[in-house]
Design a protein around this ligand. Structure first.
Ligand code: GRF
Length: 217
């Protein structure tokens, strides 16, 4: 029987991070397998891609539910049906109730296109440009009830040039997102990530010289 962690990816849009996780999970030694793609938007471009790839895909349109809790009950039921052990949010644009987040405590990860705790929320790249930072990047973290908060698992950095716009910065960061998210899921699925309080400690058995296991890219 496979010892790979059964992982669901939740999307709302384009799904390029989903694609990077799916590609990584095709490696025989990758410790997670993607057993479900779920979208809250029927028209998400990522849905068509997931279906084409033959991945089990479910649409749970939040507009069809009277409350956040009712939507989450439907989502949970899909996760249960597929015996999901880990959840990776990849451009999933719904806030979750504290109850749902607590159920998935330290089993649900997210990627955000800033070096958290800076620049939470929407218009992240505009915020970074407006602040004049010289380094920007992305963060993979465990999900907590507060938006874009939670123990930091991995980060990747890019330089911000004076010629950068929000669009060029977004494109640069997206490239490193596609490297750091698979690396972070690998760490989590391999059981190498330990939460000490609200800080992450990467298992000391892991070689820090192996870039696949480095929390910084
Ligand atoms: C990414 O920038 C991700 O960090 C953020 O939403 C965007 C989703 O892009 N949470 P994609 O759908 O993965 O292409």
């Amino acid at each position: 029987m496979s010892t790979k962690k059964r992982t669901a990816i939740l999307i709302s849009g384009r799904g390029s991070n989903m694609q990077s996780l799916v590609a990584a999970a095709r490696a025989p030694d990758y410790p997670a397998e993607i057993v479900l793609v779920a979208s809250n938007r029927p028209d998400a471009a990522g849905v068509a891609w997931a279906v084409e790839q033959g991945l089990p895909t479910v649409i749970i349109d939040h507009k069809g539910y009277g409350s956040r809790a009712a939507f989450e009950r439907a989502l949970q039921s899909a996760l249960d049906t597929h015996h999901v052990e880990l959840v990776a949010l990849a451009g999933f644009m719904r806030l979750m109730t504290p109850e749902f987040v607590a159920h998935w405590q330290n089993r649900m990860i997210n990627i955000h296109p800033s070096l958290l705790p800076s620049f939470k929320g929407l218009h992240t790249h505009e915020q970074a440009i407006a602040a004049g930072v010289k380094i920007a990047g992305c963060t993979v973290h465990y999900v907590r009830p507060e938006m874009d908060a939670g123990p930091i698992i991995a980060q990747a950095a890019v330089p911000v040039l004076s010629s950068d716009t929000a669009e060029t910065l977004a494109a640069k960061i997206l490239k490193v997102e596609h490297r750091v998210y698979p690396a972070a899921l690998r760490l989590v699925a391999a059981g190498q990530v330990c939460c000490e309080g609200e800080k992450i400690v990467i298992s000391s058995e892991v070689s820090q010289t192996n870039p696949l296991y480095s929390p910084v890219i």
